[in-house]
Design a protein around this ligand. Structure first.
Ligand SMILES: [Mg+2]
Length: 263
């Protein structure tokens, strides 16, 4: 349903906005999904377009990811004052205020669940556990698909027994978090930060490829633009096939905005 005419017009409108926030999911959106998550990188075309956008007055860019924020900072080689949202909104780097305080009860629950998951993945070759500041991710991209449902059942049973986890399903990933915040919360925080700095609201472009991105799409307002990258049910108005198509759209946006604002 790539409504390309409508999308093209939307890019022109974004290019002309007084203030623009380009907020993007990272994995599967600007960085193609690959087997080793630590080797994921933004497509050079997308990265270059974002850099051009950041240089334009009244323009902000941000990554809104489920990854821990330190990892996100490392993978995106972001400068220290870049806007980053990590752990689905539980970690924010939008200037000076920062830092995530993890309670002892959270740590204890995370540890108990980690033990249970470590035991469970032994019977599912290729599966591995990612330790996040306030959550655990169960990765199954390299696991035989027929083994995955049983592994998920075991993980869910353990999480339920320990209690206090929010579950999130992603591509080849099941996550359990001790926080209930979403990418929608993270995006709202970003929006508020920019409004405080600029004295007025920014129009938002948000793009994502996964279930958790729907939470951010849900907080978009009239005039904002939401894009789904790849297949799947979505509330986004527009869809592109893959990160390459999104990067091409970002290049178009950067060019038009340079002309509109500085040209
Ligand atoms: Mg993603």
């Amino acid at each position: 349903m790539a409504e390309h005419d409508g999308f093209d017009a939307a890019l022109t409108r974004l290019a002309q906005a007084r203030r623009l926030l380009v907020a993007l999911d990272f994995d599967g959106t600007v960085a193609p999904r690959i087997d080793n998550p630590m080797e994921a990188r933004a497509l050079p075309q997308a990265e270059a377009a974002l850099e051009r956008l950041r240089a334009i007055p009244g323009t902000w860019t941000a990554y809104v990811s489920g990854r821990p924020i330190d990892q996100l900072a490392e993978l995106t080689a972001s400068d220290p004052d870049a806007f980053l949202i990590g752990s689905h909104g539980a970690e924010l780097r939008i200037g000076a205020d920062d830092g995530l305080r993890v309670s002892t009860s959270e740590s204890a629950r995370l540890e108990a669940l980690a033990d249970a998951l470590e035991a469970a993945v032994k019977s599912a070759p290729g599966a591995w556990i990612e330790h996040k500041p306030v959550g655990l991710g169960l990765h199954t991209r390299m696991t035989e698909p027929f083994l995955v449902p049983r592994l998920h059942d075991a993980a869910r049973a353990a999480a339920e027994r320990i209690g206090g986890f929010r579950e999130r399903a992603g591509h080849d990933l099941l996550e359990f978090s001790t926080r209930t915040v979403t990418k929608g919360y993270g995006l709202e925080r970003l929006r508020n930060e920019i409004a405080a700095r600029a004295g007025a609201d920014a129009v938002v472009l948000f793009a994502g490829d996964d279930e958790t991105d729907e939470d951010a799409l849900a907080v978009l307002r009239p005039g904002d633009v939401g894009v789904r990258v790849g297949p799947g049910r979505t509330r986004a108005d527009f869809r592109v096939a893959n990160p390459t198509e999104l990067a091409a759209a970002l290049v178009v946006l950067a060019g038009r905005r340079e002309t509109a604002v500085t040209g």
